[in-house]
Design a protein around this ligand. Structure first.
Ligand code: NAD
Ligand code: IPM
Ligand code: MN
Length: 367
């Protein structure tokens, strides 16, 4: 798990509740939007695991559930009402999210409003996506690649995700927004994190050989990289990076890229470490509450069958713990997941026979 110390908000602790011995226990207020498909099952099985890890480490979690997702949208026409948005912004220490996407909403407008809406409106400009191999036999690569351990810094508030453009006269036009401020702050975040973690290489990826607007990524990477003399700043075009990540994943430490490329690379990264069932992400803005979620989607075909891998959701909880300042609990969770994987308790996506709940229960016991 990446350490998020320097990305942690100054607060993170909102209330204290009484303990029987007269002391107080720190309580973090967590808003939950479980969403669609396997979202609710992975989130609801992860929550008791997180509660147990919290209890073991002397803090508590107060969960507040929000009903937004495809069902709610189809019933009410509401995606994310303003009042709920204000609550999420003002009252939560963190937001814990499942996944959005439902065949009954082919335009995916609820996911755009809820998930992309929260990322953009809360200005959570860092989408922090660690790619870390937790057991050597999970990688599909032939050779021993036990050292796969890099982080993708995905820009999270610009690019094609702003949905700008137009459809008219047979033309389908999507605009990609790259601002000096937006590009600079994600590149800076990647270097600062690398420096704080003692990492020695940051790789920036763009497509500036075909997209003139990507020149700004080249310029800012050069300028900001020069402020970090101890760190090798290297560039790869996105196509080449996709190839190299499969050929030699162990050489990468920190990757910084735009919103769309970061989305695609994070599924590629997930494949290197056992699949989407193991990939977690944190949406961050230093000094503010963050949003934590698995990288995977709602996997409609698996919904309700108790076979979804809950590890990505549990590890999203570990990222949340780190950002809340609960580093020991975050580490303990990751260790527990490693132990459970080593013991062979696995869901069907990695050849196991355990159910969603059995894997989560095993992690809870191992914490
Ligand atoms: P997906 O991530 O839902 O599924 C891709 C593949 O991975 C499928 O084979 C699925 O069965 C498998 N998979 C995913 N999570 C798994 C888990 N925890 N355990 C075991 N197997 C798992 O991506 P998709 O099929 O492209 O999209 C399905 C829906 O989810 C779409 O509506 C899409 O828009 C949405 N989506 C949402 C998010 C999100 O909310 N963050 C992310 C990606 C996709
Ligand atoms: C992700 C997802 C989302 C994205 C979709 C659901 C809009 O794929 O979080 O990786 O593209 O950001
Ligand atoms: Mn994605």
């Amino acid at each position: 798990m990446g350490l998020l110390r320097e990305l942690r908000p100054p607060h993170g602790i909102r209330v204290s509740v009484g303990r029987s011995d007269g002391g107080t226990v720190k309580t973090h207020r967590i808003a939950v939007i479980a969403g669609d498909g396997i979202g609710p099952e992975v989130i609801e099985t992860a929550i008791p695991v997180l509660d147990r890890a919290a209890a073991k480490h002397g803090f508590a979690l107060e969960w507040q559930r929000f009903p937004y997702g495809a069902d709610h949208y189809l019933k009410t026409g509401e995606t994310l009402p303003d009042e709920a948005f204000r609550k999420l912004r003002n009252e939560a220490d963190a937001i814990f999210v499942g996944a959005f996407g439902d065949p009954r909403v082919p335009g995916n407008e609820h996911a755009r409003d809820i998930l992309l809406g929260l990322r953009i409106r809360l200005d959570l400009y860092i989408n922090f996506r660690p790619v870390k191999l937790l057991h050597p036999d999970l990688t599909p690569l032939r050779w021993d690649s036990a050292t796969i351990d890099f982080v993708i810094f995905r820009e999270n508030t610009e690019g094609v995700y702003l949905g700008r453009g137009r459809i008219d006269g047979g033309k389908y036009i999507a605009e990609e927004v790259n601002t000096v401020a937006g590009v600079s702050r994600i590149i800076r975040a990647a270097f600062e994190w690398a420096k704080a973690q003692g990492r020695t290489r940051v790789t920036m990826s763009d497509k500036s050989n075909a997209i003139p607007a990507h020149r700004i990524w080249q310029q800012k990477f050069k300028d900001i990289g020069a402020e970090f003399p101890g760190i090798i700043a290297e560039h790869r075009f996105i196509d080449t990076l996709a190839l190299e990540l499969i050929r030699e994943p162990e050489r990468f430490q920190v990757i910084v890229t735009n919103n769309l490329f970061g989305d695609i690379l994070s599924d590629l990264g997930a494949a290197l470490i056992g699949g989407l069932g193991f990939a977690a992400s944190a949406n961050l803005h230093p000094g503010r509450a963050g949003l934590f979620e698995p990288v995977h989607g709602s996997a409609p075909a698996l919904a309700g069958t108790n076979v979804a891998n809950p590890v990505a959701a549990i590890l999203a909880g570990a990222l949340m713990f780190e950002q809340l300042g609960q580093r020991d609990a975050a580490r303990a969770l990751e260790q527990a997941v490693r132990a459970v994987l080593a013991a062979g308790v696995r869901t069907a996506d990695t050849g196991g026979t355990a159910t969603t709940q059995e894997v989560a229960a095993a992690v809870a016991r191992a914490v």
